[in-house]
Structure formats: C-alpha cells, structure tokens
Write a protein that binds this ligand. Structure first.
Ligand SMILES: O=C(O)CCC(=O)C(=O)O
Length: 265
C-alpha cells in the first residue's frame, strides 16, 4: 500500500484551500498513491468570524472530496472539517474517509479538544466552538486496518492503544494543525512514541506556516514505521511525501519484539 501524506497551508479562502488540496491529491495519485492523507481543518484555517457555515458530511466539503477520491481512484482521508452537529453553538471536528469510488467509508470526530493556555505563547479553547466526539474509529482500507485520530489526540496514548488492540489498527493516521510552539519539541517525539509502543505505522499530515489570526503551524508531516524510524518527511511549506508501507516489517517487529502481545494490563 502506497501512502501519501500531504502538507498544506490552509487559510481563510475555502475554495483556494480545496483547490490546493486537490492539486496535492492529483500529485499523490500520479505518484501511484493508494491512500492519501490531508491535514486537520483542510478546508478552512482562518478567523472564526469568516468561517463558512458548518455542513453535514455531504455538504460542499464532503462532496468535493468524494468527487476527488472517485476521479483519482484513491482512498482519501480528508483531514478534517467543521461538521454540523446537534449543538447549534458547536461543530464537530470531523475526518471523512472515502474509498476509491468516492463512497464514504468512515467518519471520525476528534475526541480530545485543544484547551490550552501557555502565557504569551498559546491561548486556545477549542471546546468553546467544537463538541468532542466519543467513538474511536478503525476503518478497513483494502485489508489494512487504519485507526483515525486528529492532532491533539496524539497526546492521549490510551486512544492509540485502543485503536491498535481492540481495533487491530496497523496504520494510525494523524491529520493535524500542530502549533509551532509545541510542535518543535513534541511532534516527532510523540509520533514516534505512538508508533513504537503500538507497533504500528503512523502517518501524520500537518498544516504548515502562518494562518490567520496569528497561528503558526509546525508542519513536518511524516510517515513513521513500527520501529519508530521516520521513513519520509515533508520539508517546510506545502508538499507531500509518498511512501510504501510494508506490512511484513510490522509483522516481523511484532514477532521479534512482542511488546503488544506481552501486555499485562
Ligand atoms: O497538542 C498540541 O500541542 C497541538 C494541538 C493542536 O494544535 C490542535 O489539536 O489543534
């Protein structure tokens, strides 16, 4: 299975963001990718006041990515977008997964919301505008078990453990808009830790650069193998990395160093 992680600089113009995502999907498909991963808030990362009205899964954003998956014949994990839910004041932060025919195969709603106050650095209260999901999701991608998470979820190893054990995940994906301030010290360490401790591949697609208002994202999208080795990484700025996943490597590591099987709690 060939996986493309795409890195974007989404801003306030939704149509421009969708066009940028589509051009990376095209490049990924031309490079032979089977599965394409986009970052968190792929359709809009701008001021709250200018945010397009939240939509259902078959609104403009969902339909756009369904059509892109179908047109290119790829599996598409469409980062995340603001989904309209039952709470009129809060959206869900939702990842949609489309199969090669553009059919919706899964939806995952971010469970852990980024409520953080680091004086002078980061002030963010995601739960003011986003409602948490409560369901871990694993989707079958042509025999590959893919566990879905979003950005801040990365700090909660119990979610990843559940995806790997109960859900049988082999690939864990992390669409993200990870902040520069925390990203430079934590992003790669956390991604590699989740890969090593769960003996899974981890694919992480981040936003990069400056976004309005005053938000800077770390980028460094990457694919990590179950040994914790970074197989590929996207340089600064929008772009993509395409990597083949060898499940034989995962099976070998799980046999030779059976820490998943040796769990006692
Ligand atoms: O965990 C972090 O440091 C960043 C998380 C984040 O930016 C988010 O969840 O949107």
């Amino acid at each position: 299975m060939r996986v493309a992680v795409c890195q974007l600089n989404s801003r306030h113009d939704r149509e421009a963001n969708l066009a940028a995502a589509e051009s990376l999907i095209d490049r990924a498909a031309e490079a032979g990718a089977d599965l394409v991963l986009l970052p968190e808030y792929v359709d809009y990362l701008g001021p709250g006041a200018g945010m397009p009205a939240p939509e259902s899964v078959d609104g403009r954003v969902g339909s756009f990515f369904a059509a892109a998956a179908r047109r290119r014949g790829v599996w598409l994990i469409a980062g995340s977008f603001h989904e309209a839910g039952p709470d009129p004041d809060r959206t869900w932060n939702t990842t949609l997964v489309f199969d090669r025919s553009g059919t919706l195969a899964a939806a995952y709603r971010k469970i852990h919301l980024y409520d953080v106050e680091i004086p002078g650095r980061v002030s963010y209260r995601e739960s003011a505008t986003v409602a948490p999901g409560d369901q871990p999701v694993v989707v079958d991608v042509e025999g590959l078990r893919v566990g879905l998470t979003i950005c801040y979820d990365l700090r909660f190893p119990e979610l990843y453990r559940q995806l790997a054990t109960v859900g049988g995940a082999q690939l864990l994906v992390v669409p993200a808009a990870f902040m520069m301030h925390t990203g430079r010290d934590h992003w790669e360490v956390l991604l590699r830790a989740r890969a090593i401790e769960n003996q899974c591949f981890v694919a992480a697609a981040g936003q990069t650069g400056d976004h309005e208002p005053g938000r800077t994202c770390y980028g460094r999208s990457m694919l990590v193998d179950p040994w914790g080795t970074v197989l590929s990484q996207v340089p600064d700025g929008p772009g993509l990395a395409v990597t083949d996943i060898d499940l034989g490597c995962l099976e070998r590591i799980r046999v030779e160093l059976p820490s998943l099987a040796n769990r006692r709690l």
